[in-house]
Design a protein around this ligand. Structure first.
Ligand code: AMP
Ligand code: TRP
Length: 334
């Protein structure tokens, strides 16, 4: 039997996770776990590239782990772990930093966005993509489910893997991005030219996975709409409604064409009302499971077992990488 293909992805434990994270990434994690050997992690080492309050970082890490499970990731099938529990991430991260060029890191749009207008920019923010490459390459991952905004980081990861293999011999798997066809980029509810993001100071612009049903209804009823009243998918002419239709399509599990057909001849009001119920129906069971998981405390054992599984793979790759590069490996006791 051939080896199952590997999948790896990560989400930062910063702020609240949004419906964008769910549709763009987490929903796919759940789908992929049946057919692939999966590794899903909470990337705390990435989170500290911007200042974090210690108590909040700890709480958010646990919270995101519980959300993974609540969203349907089965710890019996997939390894769920915290990045810093596997020290090889920092180690291979450093190695990938030494293989990266300043020029290619300077071109990363996420770096440009996050550093724009700031006079003190942490060096960690700059080498963030090299650490992300290490995350992926450590597991020899074939597929990486992410939203559209991570495509450029994936390209860099592929370049670094190729560069390593060229210099030191075939060692690392070159990964492919796995990006949803509908929902790779969920936009802000107040401005469809911006990505829905947990760091937006206007809480009305995003739906957090743990928002109450009433808040969800309020936010959707206030979401911006375009001129006219038809429910048609046209991201250029009707970006706001097209974004809401994308959310509907994902939550209801039907295609955009079906959404359009369902609301033919109806106005924005009726559509938004139903959309809110679709989102509530998607998130309510997740929230219920989330509360149960947090109360039970089971997350600690899940993360311990996940890190053990991850470490076993990470150790092998790190040894291969160091050997190929000419590191003198410590001899084992005789
Ligand atoms: P982050 O919250 O930046 O750690 O992102 C975690 C994952 O969610 C990544 O795969 C992102 O690409 C994805 N993601 C974040 N925001 C959105 C969005 N608005 N639409 C679709 N995917 C998103
Ligand atoms: N950079 C990703 C984000 O901001 C998070 C991330 C870190 C990641 N390491 C990863 C995603 C490895 C996929 C694979 O969303």
């Amino acid at each position: 039997m051939s080896k199952p293909l590997r999948v790896l992805s990560g989400i930062q434990p910063s702020g609240k996770l949004t419906l964008g994270n769910y549709i763009g990434a987490m929903k796919n994690f759940v789908e992929l776990q049946k057919d692939y050997e999966c590794f899903f992690m909470i990337v705390d080492l990435h989170a500290i590239t911007v200042p974090q309050e210690p108590a909040a970082l700890r709480e958010q890490t646990e919270s995101v782990a519980a959300l993974f499970i609540a969203a349907g990731i089965d710890p019996a099938q997939a390894a769920v772990f915290v990045q810093s529990h596997v020290p090889q991430h920092a180690e291979l991260g450093w190695i990938m930093t030494t293989l990266s060029y300043m020029g290619e890191l300077e071109r990363m749009t996420q770096f440009k966005d996050k550093s724009e207008g700031k006079d003190a920019v942490g060096a960690g923010l700059f080498v963030y993509p090299s650490l992300m490459a290490a995350d992926i390459l450590l597991y020899q991952a074939n597929l990486v489910p992410v939203g559209d905004d991570q495509k450029q980081h994936l390209e860099l990861t592929r370049d670094l893997a190729g560069r390593f293999n060229f210099k030191f011999g075939e060692t690392l798997t070159v990964p492919e991005p796995y990006i949803p066809k509908v929902g790779a980029r969920i936009m802000s509810l107040d401005d469809a030219s911006k990505k829905m993001s947990k760091s937006n100071p206007n809480a009305g612009s995003f739906i957090a996975l743990l928002d109450s049903p009433d808040d969800i209804r309020k936010k959707i009823s206030r979401a911006k709409t375009d001129l006219g009243r038809e429910i048609v998918f046209d991201p250029k002419e009707k970006p706001e409604i097209s974004n809401l239709m994308t959310i509907y399509s994902n939550c209801a599990g039907i295609s955009l064409e079906e959404v359009q057909a369902r609301y033919e001849g109806q106005g924005y009001g009726a559509f938004k009302k139903d959309l809110a119920e679709q989102v509530v129906a998607t998130l309510e069971p997740l929230q219920q499971r989330y509360r149960e998981i947090r109360e039970s405390g089971e997350i600690h054992e899940i993360l311990r077992a996940g890190a053990e599984k991850a470490r076993a793979v990470a150790e092998v790759t790190t040894r291969q990488v160091k050997e190929a590069m000419g590191f003198l490996l410590p001899s084992s006791k005789r």
